[in-house]
Design a protein around this ligand. Structure first.
Ligand SMILES: [Fe+2]
Ligand SMILES: [Fe+2]
Length: 622
């Protein structure tokens, strides 16, 4: 920071550079713009102008599709706003960190930022900011497949409409979000009533943004009408989607309109026309790297309807491969960023560099081994591992949220596995590692489509095969993560569904061929899954779960470990009145779980209110 940089003329020029970039979405040099934004964070004078300009730069990176840079800039805006005691700018910064994180696929980080922003907005009574934050939280939850909670967030926005004009202006978007969630949850009449409200509230669109929103709403409406076999209505709204898309000139809007048209055609009798339109749209979407997943879903739906199951399967596979690739790439990028931060290396360094730094650190640890007391060293190594694993752990919990909305399952499994390892006479190092490694057992669920993860009831044959892929996906991601000492976690992820008699998956290994840490985790995982409610099953009592495990002794589970496990659980149940609470201790220390808990607490209320209100609406319509 130099005197010239701080001069008024320079401040004006910087602010103008950023404002122009944001307005035109122009081809300005990204490095220069980021440097300009970060350089504005000087405490002294013009704090409001500076904070707003930094935020605008962050918004520029978000709208131009560079959310990672957006996060860096928004973080700077946050620390500057905090330092200069600007509440509104701090909340905006949290909001922007959330939007950018969600856009780059980091749901945990987004939720933490939104929870922090909500906390501040509620404390200071800023209802407008609160509404925006709820709207965006809903968007992130929708992206994460948590449709019920997403819907409750939108309801929150609607509730705030009574007291805040900002919230009122968001009502049309909130209703459209509810419609999309309803579509995913198969609650069609709720969806239709929501989209009708949204369209009634939305003013005639006149700018690029509102036209795009309108195309989306018409797309949702079309899909909802198909579900109730109102094909004339579906065709009409698909046509409206097309008209608005033509006005918008945006390729994304064009694709959304084609999806609506293709589906409306396919389901109203013109099967071939609809299917060829969707096939062409898919090619276009893939070429432009836009929304191709949505187009695939639509195409598969139309092909299934036409009875062309083989083709549907081919596209389904493609969809799966694509989702897996995106999810893996996201995880690896976030873990990489985390490692970079942890070891304070240059953010532009490649994965290769990080590997080298890790190697140097390992050698360093070996060198000092002679000097430091052994106990100290072990502790240091353990802390280092714990820190390195953190980003992966949060993503694993996020992947599990669809099954277990509290996010505590992974932690309980880790804790229980660690206690069983102790009973089995493992050394301290193993006992420590298993606690953390077992938390990652289902990280591969990031690569499994929502439709399968969330399906209530039994999976069919091919769905089961897809579901089983989570073991290998998880192991792959862990291998590629470059986190040292990850071996045990990789083995657990890969083999936690193997069985003692060799009839499990994926490798069908059995007996002691299955590593000990894995056999231990399997017991802990099955017990915890049995004793808790999942989308596809009710919770079993502890007694029923234990007798189920006993009945699988020697077939599913290692017989000796089963005996130790049954004794362990009986003892733990005597010692702890609330065993879940005891085992989930580590979960409640996680900032992500805390953020989630806070959002969930507020939403529970909103959900009841919403259901009541919906009940009223239904009654009126009768
Ligand atoms: Fe699993
Ligand atoms: Fe599990």
């Amino acid at each position: 920071m130099t005197a010239t940089q701080d001069a008024e003329g320079t401040l004006g020029a910087s602010v103008k550079l950023i404002a122009d970039a944001l307005k035109s979405g122009s081809t300005v040099d990204h490095g220069q713009l980021e440097a300009t934004a970060l350089g504005l964070a000087i405490v002294g004078s013009d704090h409001v102008i500076r904070a707003n300009a930094i935020l605008d730069a962050g918004r520029f990176f978000y709208v131009t599709g560079r959310p990672e840079i957006g996060i860096r800039v928004a973080e700077k805006a946050k620390s500057f706003a905090l330092e200069t005691a600007q509440v509104a700018a701090t909340i905006s910064a949290y909001n922007l960190i959330g939007v950018c994180s969600a856009d780059s696929g980091d749901l945990p980080r987004a939720m933490e930022a939104y929870a922090a922003g909500l906390n501040l907005a509620q404390k200071t009574g800023d209802r407008g900011q609160e509404a925006k934050l709820w709207q965006n939280t809903g968007g992130a939850l929708n992206y994460g497949g948590l449709f019920r909670e997403s819907m409750a967030c939108s309801q929150r926005v609607l509730d705030l409409g009574d007291v805040s004009p900002v919230a009122t202006s968001l009502a049309a978007i909130a209703y459209a979000s509810i419609a999309l969630c309803s579509l995913n949850l198969d609650e069609i009449s709720l969806g239709i009533s929501a989209i009708e409200k949204s369209l009634a509230l939305a003013p005639e669109p006149n700018d690029a943004h509102s036209i795009q929103n309108r195309v989306l709403s018409e797309n949702y409406y079309t899909r909802l009408l198909i579900e109730i076999s109102d094909f004339d209505g579906a065709r009409m709204h698909a046509k409206m989607a097309r008209e608005f898309a033509n006005k918008s000139m945006s390729p994304r809007a064009g694709i959304q309109a084609s999806v609506a048209e293709g589906l409306a055609e396919a389901f109203s009798g013109d099967l071939d026309v609809g299917i060829s339109r969707l096939t062409a749209t898919l090619a276009l979407a893939q070429k432009l790297k836009l929304a191709s997943r949505e187009v695939l879903v639509a195409l598969v739906k139309a092909l299934e309807y036409a009875g062309r199951h083989d083709e549907a399967l081919k596209y389904l596979r493609e969809m799966l491969a694509q989702q897996r690739q995106t999810a893996e790439a996201n995880v690896l990028r976030h873990v990489h960023l985390h490692l970079v931060q942890l070891h304070a290396v240059d953010a532009n360094s490649t994965i290769e560099d990080v590997k080298q730094i890790m190697r140097r650190m390992e050698t360093h640890v070996e060198v000092i081994e002679g000097r430091v007391a052994k106990v100290e060293l072990v502790k240091q190594k353990q802390e280092l591992f714990r820190a390195r694993i953190e980003a992966m752990e949060r993503l694993a919990v996020a992947a599990e949220l669809r099954d277990d909305s509290t996010g505590e399952h992974s932690y309980r499994v880790g804790r229980m596995a660690c206690l069983l390892a102790k009973e089995a006479g493992c050394d301290d190092e193993t006992i420590f590692m298993i606690d953390i490694a077992a938390r990652l057992h289902d990280v591969g669920k990031i690569g499994i489509p929502d439709g399968i993860l969330l399906k209530p009831g039994k999976l069919n044959g091919s769905e089961r095969l897809v579901m089983e892929m989570h073991a290998e996906i998880g192991a792959d991601v862990l291998v590629k993560s470059e986190i040292p000492h990850i071996r045990m976690a990789e083995e657990i992820a890969r083999h936690h569904h193997e069985r003692w008699d060799g009839t499990g998956y994926p490798a069908k290994i059995g007996g002691r061929e299955i590593p000990l840490a894995v056999r231990i985790t399997t017991l802990a995982d099955v017990y915890d899954a049995l004793t808790h409610k999942r989308p596809y099953k009710e919770a079993w009592t502890a007694e029923a779960s234990l007798s189920e495990i006993l009945s699988l002794r020697g077939t599913h589970f290692d017989p000796e470990l089963t005996d130790l496990f049954l004794a362990l659980v009986s003892r733990l149940r005597r010692e702890h009145r609330d065993l879940d609470h005891h085992l989930g201790e580590a979960a409640r220390a996680s900032p992500f779980i805390q953020a989630r808990g806070k959002i969930w607490e507020t939403l529970k209320l909103a959900k009841d209110e919403y259901q009541q209100q919906f009940q009223r609406t239904m009654d009126l319509q009768r």
